[in-house]
Design a protein around this ligand. Structure first.
Ligand code: G3P
Length: 201
């Protein structure tokens, strides 16, 4: 019973889109109506409002982090096993991708995945963040950074911790994240992907 409550709560928390919350708070247009149309920090940045983009990034990451952190902190008390916590990390991510509050039209999950990874292990999250930053620093494409980080995240975890149920959850998350970047991959291949900091069109 507790596992079901945890998974449903994780999904509902994941369904809160901080791109939409932040756009409302900062008086911006709905991010689904400009740029890539993605409700995420990168696209909110295309509005030109850096604070709103930062708020989106922190909010979307925090929701992933809190679900995993609570699970790991209180899991034993709540009767949650490692399988339930791994399930929670997928549930919050799935909530972001297919949010019940926005007709199941969500984002690409990059910030939320980062939050989940930080919750699993701050070192793992930091390594993935540094990977993202390094690729962004060199090529200046947010999507390319996310793609590289998503491919390397399971590898980092596997080498650091081993191949357990959380590893499977990270692989699933990476797979879903990559599947959300198909259009970005096409744009990158055609040289049409917009660089970080370019304004909305
Ligand atoms: O954070 C999502 C990013 O990887 C791509 O976003 O808006 O450029 O499609 P976007």
């Amino acid at each position: 019973m507790n596992t079901a409550i945890y998974l449903i709560a994780a999904y509902l928390i994941g369904s809160i889109s901080f791109a939409l919350v932040s756009s409302k708070l900062f008086g911006l247009a709905d991010p689904r109506t400009y740029g890539s149309g993605n409700p995420g920090a990168t696209n909110v940045l295309r509005s030109g409002n850096k604070k709103a983009a930062l708020f989106t990034l922190i909010g979307d990451a925090a929701k992933g982090w809190i679900v995993v952190w609570l699970g790991m902190q209180y899991g034993a008390q709540w009767g949650l096993g490692s399988m339930a916590i791994a399930g929670g990390s997928i549930a919050v991510f799935v909530g972001h991708l297919w949010p019940v509050f926005s007709r199941f039209q969500g984002g690409k999950g990059v910030a939320t995945a980062l939050g989940v990874l930080l919750g699993i292990s701050p070192l793992l999250g930091l390594m993935v963040l540094l990977t993202w930053l390094l690729v962004a620093f060199i090529w200046r494409y947010s999507s390319l950074s996310a793609i590289v980080a998503a491919i390397l995240a399971p590898l980092y975890y596997g080498l650091m911790t081993g191949f357990d149920v959380q590893f499977i959850a990270i692989v699933v998350m990476s797979f879903l994240l990559l599947s959300r970047h198909v259009q970005n991959i096409g744009n990158l291949a055609r040289g049409k992907e917009s660089k970080i900091g370019s304004k909305k069109t």
